[in-house]
Ligand binder design. Structure first.
Ligand code: 5GP
Ligand code: MG
Length: 179
C-alpha cells in the first residue's frame, strides 16, 4: 500500500473546495446531494467547512458484493429529492471521478426533478479514465489510474477508516478478492 494523499493534504484540499463552493453559491439556493457510500468522509468534512446555508440530501449506489470498483445502479427516491432539488442550484458530492458514468446517469435525473443548475464536486479524479462527456465542476486532486482506498473508500468493506488516501498494490487486491 502506498499513501497518495496524506491527512494534511486532504484537509487543505477540502478547505480550498469549500471556499470555491461558498464563492460560487453565495446568495443562491444551494442543495448538496451526497453520492454515497465512498464519499461519506469527504462529505462529512466538506459540509462542516461550508458556512453558507444549504439543504442536504443523499443518493446511494448499490454496493456490488463481487467487484467494488464498479458501483451498482443508483438508488434515487424522487419523492425525497424533488422538494429540495426543484428550482435550486444542486451540487453533487462524489468521492472519485473515474469513467464519469455515475454523473452521466445522475445529472439528467436531477435536471428532470427541476434543478435550476446541477454541478459536481469530486475529491479525486483518475487520469485518463473518462469515458463520458461530463466533467466535474470542482476538482480536488488528480490521481494516477490506481485502485485507491481510505478516507471513506473501501475495497470489499476494508480500509474505509484510514485517515489518508492510499493505492493498493495489485497483489493486495488479488489476495483479498474472491476467486
Ligand atoms: P465513475 O466511473 O462513475 O466516474 O465512478 C465510479 C465509482 O466507482 C466511484 O464513485 C467509486 O465509488 C468507485 N471507484 C472507482 N475507482 C475506485 C477506486 O480506485 N477505489 C474505490 N474504492 N472505488 C472506486
Ligand atoms: Mg466500494
Amino acid at each position: 500500500m502506498q499513501i497518495l494523499i496524506a491527512e494534511d493534504q486532504l484537509r487543505e484540499t477540502v478547505d480550498r473546495l469549500a471556499r470555491q463552493i461558498e464563492e460560487t453559491y453565495s446568495g443562491r439556493k444551494l442543495t448538496i446531494v451526497g453520492l454515497l457510500l465512498g464519499s461519506v468522509a469527504f462529505l462529512a468534512d466538506l459540509i462542516r467547512k461550508i458556512s453558507i446555508p444549504y439543504e442536504l440530501e443523499m443518493v446511494s449506489s448499490r454496493q456490488p458484493m463481487d467487484n467494488s470498483e464498479r458501483p451498482g445502479p443508483l438508488v434515487i427516491n424522487p419523492d425525497v429529492l424533488a422538494p429540495v432539488v426543484e428550482g435550486r442550484d444542486v451540487l453533487v458530492v462524489k468521492d472519485i471521478f473515474d469513467t464519469g458514468e455515475t454523473l452521466w446517469e445522475l445529472i439528467p435525473q436531477l435536471d428532470d426533478l427541476g434543478a435550476a443548475r446541477v454541478r459536481s464536486v469530486v475529491l479525486l479524479v483518475k487520469e485518463g479514465r473518462r469515458r463520458m462527456p461530463v466533467q466535474p465542476d470542482f476538482k480536488g486532486c488528480d490521481i494516477p489510474d490506481l485502485f485507491v482506498v481510505g478516507y471513506g473508500m473501501d475495497h470489499l468493506g476494508k480500509y474505509r477508516h484510514l485517515p489518508y488516501v492510499a493505492a493498493l498494490d495489485p497483489d493486495e487486491i488479488a489476495a483479498e478478492s474472491p476467486s
